[in-house]
Structure formats: C-alpha cells, structure tokens
Design a protein around this ligand. Structure first.
Ligand code: F6R
Length: 623
C-alpha cells in the first residue's frame, strides 16, 4: 500500500547524476503497491523540484516529459494507494512544507491528523490537499525551522513523536541536499547499500536493479542516508543498528519473462514456486527438517491448538491448511480472518500456535493479529514469501515460501506456495509428535514432489479454459461450489474472478447449496464445481456429483474441475477440465490452476489490467 523510494549519491560518483532514473525505476517496480497517483521530488540547484500526477506511473512520466527536471543526486518517489483524500493531482505525494523547501512522502495512516491539522492551521500553515501526509510535511517543516534548528533528522524525530498510527515517512530538504531522512512505524522500509550511493524502498524491489545489499530496520526507527553513510536512531534518539541481509532473487525474476502480464507469468511460475517451497525441507528418506523455523521442537510438541490467521487469498490457503493439519496431526486448527481475530477476545494461551500466512509479510491486519497473539502469550509462526518483512521478523518462527517475487496484485503463485508450505508444516508437526509413520510422511512428500510437473501439465493444456473464458466474457455472475479442500478452492476461484474481471462471483460449500444458495440458480447461470477426488476413505465425491445434477436440473451451465478419469461428472457437465490425479488432500494445488487461468483470461478479454485491478493494492498496510 503505497510504494516509497529514496536515493542519494555523492558528487564524485562516476556518471551523470541519476536520481530521477533511479527513482522512476524503483517506482516502476513498486507500482503494484498502489497506482492511484505517482510523484517524485529531487533537490537540484538549491531548490525542491517536484512533479506529481493522478493515475498510473505513466501519467507522471508524461508530466516529466512535458516539464523536464534538472539532473539531481538526491530525491524521493511515491506511488499511492489513496486513503485520505481522493486520487487527484493535489493529493498525490510528495507534499511540501517549510515554504516549499521540504518534500515529504508517506505510506500509512496518521490517525491523529485532524487534531494536528487544526493546530497547524492555527499556526498559519496553508494546506493544499486533503491528505494526512501534508500534516506530517508541515509538522516536520515547523520543527526544522524551530526546535530542531535546521537538523532534518531531529525535525523528523520530533514530528514522529507526535504522530499516531502507521507510517513510513521520507523527507528531503533543499538546505540539506546530501541526505534523505526516513522514519518507520508499522509500515515497511528497507535500506539498499550501494557504492557512493544509498537507497530506500518499501521493499527491496525498489532498488533491486542497483544493489542486493540491504539493511532491515526495526519498528520506530529513523534512518538518515547520505551517499556514504547509513545512520539509524530510535524515535527516542538512541543510536541503533539494522540487520544486514543479501537479496537472493535477481531482477529478472521480477520481469514479465515474455508473458504479456505479470499475472500470466506468475501463473506459469507455479511449478517452480511449489518446487522451491518444497526444496531442502526433507532428506532422501523423506524425513522433514525445518531448522530454519527458529522454534524449540519441544514447544511445538506441547501445542494443543493451532490458529491460522490471514486475509483474503492467504486465508483460503489457511482453510486448506486446516484440513491437512487436523488430518495429519490430530491438533485442532481454527482459521480466522486476521482483522476479526483480535477484536473478539479469542481463547489463546502459551500452548496455542498462531500461524500467520502472508505473501507480503506486511499486511497490517495480519501483523496486528500476530502482535496481539504474542501479547497473549501464544507462540507465533509466520508462513511468508517476503524475506525481511515485518511479520516474520516479529514472529517466533518463520517458514519462508521461496516462491520468488509476486508482482501482480492478485495472488496466484503465492497461494499455491502457501498451501505447499502448510502441508510441509503439517507433516513436520505430525513427525515431531509421532502422529504419522515416517513412510506415510515420505509418501506424501513424494506425491508433493510430483505436483510441479502436474501443474505444468495443466498449464500446457489450458487453451480450452481460455476459450471458455473468452466465450463467457459477458456473463454477469458466476458461482463456484466445492467441498472439503475443494471449498477454499471455490472461494479462491470466486475471489480471482471478482478482483480481475469485476463480475459478481460467489464461492459456496457444495453441501450448503440446498440451505439457500440454490435459489440463485436460474437457466444459464454458470456454476463451476470443484469436484473432490473419487478416491480416499471419506470421499464426498458422490455427494458433489449429486450437487452438480441438482443445479443442472434447474438450468445451470455446469463447468467442472475434476480428477482425470472421473467419468462420473462428464455426463452432467457442459465443460469439464481434468487435472492429474493426486492424494485428495493435495488436490487444491491442481484444481486452483484452471480457475486462475479462467479469471485471468476472462478479465483480459474484457480489456482489464489484470496486474493492477482497480481499487486494489498488493500490500495492504492499513487496517
Ligand atoms: C487476493 C489477494 C489478497 C491477499 C491479501 C493478503 O488475490 O492477493 O486477498 O491475499 O490481501 O495479503 P498477504 O498475503 O500479503 O498478507
């Protein structure tokens, strides 16, 4: 939610001053975080130069083409997901303070901005926008001129101590042309270390083209970067050090790789994403070792309940995790939306393992729920894709996905990787607690090992799905039914279609149909059915086949996703998409894929931007 970049280089760095290029490249990579507007500010010739424009980054580029900026060595850049104030030019960042000699950008929400604004207006400040950010700009400006006596770091420190809420703030001042000052509370910020230049970014993709050496900041810290130095202090002014880390994915992983969109690329990345998630987690005999978890195995043995907390797609991965972990480990698992969890007084104690699932590791709802769980004494484990992000850093244990960067705003490959990681966690707990024999675990791991090639098979035969999507482009509504692990898949199929194609889509538990949703069925209503495996001890296959007949009898257009060889569904399906056979619990790793392809193709056919759907942002860092 909002992408932020900062840059400073020394005067003797070889080559032309390149602040603008660095900032724009960073914004291009961070645009997935918000695309309501974009803006940059640089310091050149003793002045702040700022350009900003509502809409996508391309509008800012046009603006700069029409009003070129002088070469600069220092600057900040922002891509916005609007919270306070609509997506207009005026509300775009940067915002100016101290008589336009200071420029500030912001990610987050300043909760007490109304009170502060009234005070600043009283003091004679004139506001040009409806944003909370402008309040921070004016406040820092006032401190710069007053109590901080021209020290930008101190002005930032004094200001942030008055702010409530979540924020990453970056500031540059025309009188301090050698530095960028940044502060973070509850919103992400990382530092990139270069040679004679340093960088700031909401995440490492903001500077991945220029350096892979990075520094992670803690909560409530201020960092001042100059060309040759990175100085960190706490909000209390006490010096601190950050943790250095190396970014091990390369810039090419964050490019489209020959596909038209990131979403298509990421759907096609899925065999590798699942493979990488499983990599190195078991030995040749299939015995799992998760040393990276950083949690005492004894503590895990003592766990009496697991609560999975997450939002959106990640929460649906959590639903799948529940089926698998309860089945394999015999530990009760509850799944809850993170934003509901901490406001309802959940029953958790030191024997509760709270598992958060998050692609970004920055989702504010999930982060707050993790903090709440810690306060209540629970053990916290993060399943996360983004190295160095806040949720894993604040959790007791972490299982990284290694799915590579996910740039398209709607999640695809991270979903499958989250499910795969949940299986690994479930099997590890079963092994640790003696709930499964080693051979059983080995069998599941072997079947998981086959999944990447099976996903590839689905991808290779996906043209009929795309054809159907094109033919259905004008459909106003699609329903999705699933049962057992197919239920969260149905929910995910519906969410993808809503997000990407902006059409009404609902996922239901197939067994629930007769309790109400069947009233929605009228002639021609498209219904996707995720059919469970006909194999397995407690298969609900026959029941779901009955559900298909029930909706078909009422005129529905039935489209089924079923296991290869499941001829029982063919007769009742207008379209069937078969997926290769696997263990019933592992099926979501396969049955999800046709639904992703369908939603992506249908949205593309309607001419929508599948990478950046309207109103959304990749990393939801507000509550
Ligand atoms: C849907 C989607 C969102 C995210 C949710 C959580 O396609 O991407 O529903 O899954 O906002 O995000 P993370 O996983 O970053 O916590």
């Amino acid at each position: 939610m909002c992408g932020i970049v900062g840059y400073v280089a020394s005067a003797d760095r070889v080559g032309a001053p390149r602040a603008l290029d660095v900032l724009l490249e960073g914004l291009r990579r961070l645009e997935y975080r918000g695309y309501d507007s974009a803006g940059v500010a640089t310091i050149a010739d003793g002045q702040v130069a700022a350009r900003k424009k509502a809409g996508k980054l391309v509008n800012l580029l046009d603006e700069i083409d029409q009003a070129p900026m002088a070469p600069a060595r220092v600057g900040i850049g922002h891509t916005r997901w609007a919270t306070h104030g609509g997506p207009t030019d005026e509300n775009a960042h940067p915002h100016l303070g101290d008589g336009s000699r200071l420029a500030v950008i912001h990610n987050g929400i300043i909760e007490n901005f109304t009170v502060l604004k009234a005070r600043l207006v009283e003091a004679g400040e004139v506001f040009e926008s409806q944003t909370d950010t402008e309040v921070a700009a004016k406040l820092i400006g006032q401190f710069y001129r007053g109590e901080a006596a021209g020290d930008l770091t101190e002005a930032m420190r004094l200001a942030v101590n008055e702010l409530q809420g979540a924020f990453t703030l970056l500031a540059v001042h025309a009188d301090a042309p050698e530095q960028v000052v940044a502060a973070r509370r509850n919103s992400p910020l990382v530092v990139g270390l270069g040679e004679g230049e340093n960088f700031l970014g909401s995440d490492v993709s903001g500077f991945i083209d220029f350096t892979r050496d990075a520094v992670e900041l803690e909560q409530d810290q201020i960092v001042t970067i100059t060309a040759d130095d990175v100085a960190i202090i706490g909000f209390d002014g006490v010096p601190a050090t950050g943790r250095r880390f190396y970014v091990d994915w390369d810039a090419a992983a964050a490019e489209k790789g020959g596909f038209d969109t990131f979403m298509e690329k990421e759907i096609h990345d899925q065999p590798k994403a699942v493979e990488d998630t499983l990599l190195g987690r078991s030995d040749a005999a299939g015995r799992l070792s998760l040393d990276e978890l950083r949690i005492d195995p004894q503590d895990l043995k003592e766990v009496t309940k697991i609560m999975v907390i997450a939002c959106g797609t990640a929460a649906y991965a959590g639903h799948v995790a529940k089926y698998a972990i309860e089945h394999w480990c015999r530990i009760p698992v509850e799944v809850e939306l993170a934003h509901e969890f901490r406001y309802r007084d959940p029953i958790i104690d030191s024997n509760t393992l709270v598992v958060s699932i998050s692609q970004s590791g920055e989702t504010m709802d999930t982060l707050m729920a993790v903090r709440y769980a810690k306060e209540q004494g629970a053990k916290t484990l993060a399943i996360c894709n983004t190295n160095g992000s806040t949720i894993p850093r604040e959790s007791d244990a972490v299982l990284y996905l290694h799915a590579g960067p996910e740039i398209a705003v709607a999640s695809t490959k991270a979903f499958l990787a989250m499910i795969a990681a949940s299986y690994v966690l479930g099997l590890y707990l079963a092994q640790l607690r003696g709930q499964m024999f080693a051979e059983e675990i080995g069998d599941v791991m072997a079947d998981l090992g086959q999944i990447p090639q099976k996903i590839q098979q689905i991808l290779d035969q996906a043209d009929p799905i795309r054809e159907l999507a094109r033919a259905m482009k004008d459909t106003p509504s699609v329903l999705f039914l699933g049962r057992h692990v197919g239920y969260p898949v149905a929910l995910e199929g519906a969410l993808k279609l809503k997000e990407l194609a902006y059409i009404h889509a609902e996922g239901f538990a197939a067994g629930e149909l007769k309790h109400g949703p069947i009233a929605l069925i009228e002639p021609g209503q498209p219904v996707f059915v995720v059919v469970p495996s006909p194999h397995g001890r407690h298969s609900v296959h026959s029941k779901v086949v009955s559900n298909i007949q029930e909706v078909r009898a009422r005129g529905a257009k039935t489209i089924t996703v079923a296991e290869e060889g499941d001829e029982a569904v063919t007769e009742f399906s207008e379209e069937v998409f078969f997926v290769p056979e696997t263990q019933p619990l592992l099926m979501p790793l396969l049955t999800t894929v046709p639904l992703q392809i369908f939603a992506c193709a249908l949205a593309a056919e309607k001419g929508y931007d599948v990478d950046q759907p309207r109103n959304l942002a990749k990393s939801v860092t507000v509550e």
